[in-house]
Design a binder for this molecule. Structure first.
Ligand code: T5A
Length: 234
């Protein structure tokens, strides 16, 4: 029943709206790199995608991001407060940016979305998963991704990629078993959402991953390579 509803929604939206694509995975899996590569591919064929990140993407969202990740006070944050802050940032992003962009007919790419909350706050922080899902639905409404790329890397690969970073945020300072729960929960998410979530081996070369993602996007949304008029000159 759930699948039928979401298929119908996409079929309806396909007539007037472009896809909403999200990227997920643990820290250092290469999401941001691939978000940018996909945006470049789309721009080359004349689309101008809207690209957002979570938490953040709006003035309120960016202030929440600072509070969650780098503010001095955040070490005392409870898991419940953390959950609500991620949802608050998402609410602003959905209403201020994502819904208007989809209504305008733009492609939307988002670096993390509600699956991150299910995985990090639900599975890794062990908050009530039903409550987390209810909050996700409350905030996102019918703004459900059409396609989600889940980039999977093991912890050693992620650590070595992030080792060059000078500033670590609060979410990067969790104990090792936290990240194990994150990875396991992402695998479970992919198993339960085979239509929407595509598991990608993120340990390969950047170009190889970008090529696979582009192939899937082209197939899934029947994107052709015809050059379209960029939005700025319409
Ligand atoms: N969070 C978020 C929650 O707990 N709940 C929520 O609801 C939400 C929305 C966000 C944090 O918030 C948490 C999850 C996160 O902990 P963030 O700062 O936005 O944190 O960071 P992340 O989303 O985790 O992203 P990162 O920047 O840490 O990693 P990415 O985006 O996965 O990786 P990327 O592309 O920046 O690459 C990292 C490094 O690896 C290299 C890159 O050049 C870069 O140096 N790299 C590769 N190297 C070799 N091979 C490849 N294939 C490579 N791809 C990238």
């Amino acid at each position: 029943m759930k699948m039928a509803r979401s298929t119908t929604r996409f079929l309806c939206r396909k007539i007037v709206m472009m896809p909403f694509i999200t990227f997920e995975g643990s820290e250092g899996c290469g999401k941001t790199t691939q978000v940018n590569r996909l945006a470049i591919h789309l721009e080359k064929i004349g689309f101008v995608p809207e690209v957002f990140r979570e938490p953040g993407g709006t003035p309120i969202g960016e202030a929440i991001r600072h509070l969650l990740q780098h503010a001095d006070e955040n070490h005392a944050m409870t898991p419940e407060a953390e959950l609500l802050l991620f949802e608050a940032s998402r609410s602003q992003l959905v209403q201020e940016k994502i819904q208007p962009a989809l209504k305008r007919g733009d492609w939307v790419i988002c670096d993390r979305f509600f699956d991150s909350t299910s995985v990090y706050q639900g599975a890794a922080r062990k908050l009530d998963p039903r409550l987390v899902e209810r909050l996700n639905s409350f905030v996102a409404g019918n703004c459900v991704p059409d396609l989600t790329f889940l980039l999977d890397v093991d912890r050693a690969t992620a650590r070595s990629r992030l080792s060059a970073r000078k500033i670590r945020d609060r979410m990067e300072e969790q104990p090792e078993d936290f990240y194990e729960r994150v990875r396991n929960a992402y695998h479970e998410l992919a198993r339960r959402n085979t239509e929407r979530v595509v598991l990608i081996d993120g340990s390969r070369q950047v170009d190889e991953i970008a090529t696979e993602i582009w192939r899937i996007v082209r197939q899934r949304f029947a994107v052709d390579s015809e050059i379209r008029t960029p939005r700025s000159t319409r």
